[in-house]
Write a protein of this length. Structure first.
Length: 185
C-alpha cells in the first residue's frame, strides 16, 4: 500500500494527533504505563533497593573483613620477623658459645698433651737414669774384675782374697772417678 492509503485509513477513525495515533490508544497506553509504573514502584523497586543495599553492605563488609585480615596478616608477619630475628640471634649466640667452647677444649687438650708429653719425657729420663745406673753398676763390676785381673798380673800376686780385692777395686774406681770428674765438668 501506499502512503496515501495509510493516511486514509487513519483519517477514517477517531481524531488523529500529529503522531498519527488515536487519542484512545494514547490514554490507554498512559494508564497502562501508570499502572505498571505504580506496581514497579510499590513492589519491584523496593526489592531492587533492598538487593542493592544488601549487595553494597556485603561488598563494604567484605572490604572491612579484607582490611581486618590484612591487618592481622601484617601483625603476624611482624611477629614472624621478630621471631626470626630472635632465632637468628640465638643461633649466633649458640655458634659463638660453641666456638668458645671448642677453643677451650683445644686449649685443654693442648695442656693435657703437654702434661702427657712432660710425663712421658720424665718417665723416659727416669728409665734412662735407671738404665744408666744399672749399666754403670754392671760396668763397675766388669771393670772391677778386669782391674783385679790386671792388677794381679802387674803385681804378680793373686788378689783372690775378697777383702783385698774389694779394697783395691774401690781405690781404683775412686781414682778413676777423681780423674774423670774434672774432665767431665
Amino acid at each position: 500500500m501506499s502512503e496515501v492509503s495509510a493516511a486514509v485509513v487513519l483519517a477514517a477513525g477517531d481524531t488523529v494527533f500529529p503522531l498519527g495515533l488515536p487519542i484512545g490508544e494514547i490514554i490507554l497506553g498512559l494508564i497502562a504505563f501508570g499502572v505498571v509504573f505504580f506496581v514497579l514502584k510499590k513492589y519491584a523497586f523496593p526489592q531492587f533497593e533492598k538487593a542493592y543495599e544488601a549487595r553494597t553492605e556485603a561488598i563494604e563488609g567484605g572490604i572491612a573483613r579484607a582490611e581486618q585480615a590484612q591487618a592481622q596478616a601484617q601483625e603476624a608477619l611482624q611477629q614472624y620477623k621478630a621471631q626470626l630475628a630472635d632465632a637468628r640471634a640465638e643461633a649466633a649466640r649458640i655458634r659463638d658459645d660453641a666456638r668458645a667452647e671448642g677453643q677451650q677444649i683445644v686449649i685443654e687438650l693442648r695442656e693435657q698433651a703437654q702434661a702427657e708429653s712432660e710425663r712421658i719425657v720424665a718417665q723416659g729420663q727416669a728409665a734412662l737414669a735407671a738404665q744408666r745406673a744399672q749399666i754403670v753398676a754392671e760396668l763397675r763390676g766388669d771393670l772391677g774384675r778386669i782391674a783385679v785381673d790386671l792388677a794381679g798380673r802387674v803385681v804378680g800376686e793373686s788378689l783372690e782374697d775378697e777383702a783385698r780385692r774389694r779394697g783395691t777395686v774401690d781405690r781404683f774406681l775412686d781414682e778413676l772417678d777423681a780423674t774423670s770428674a774434672p774432665a767431665g765438668k
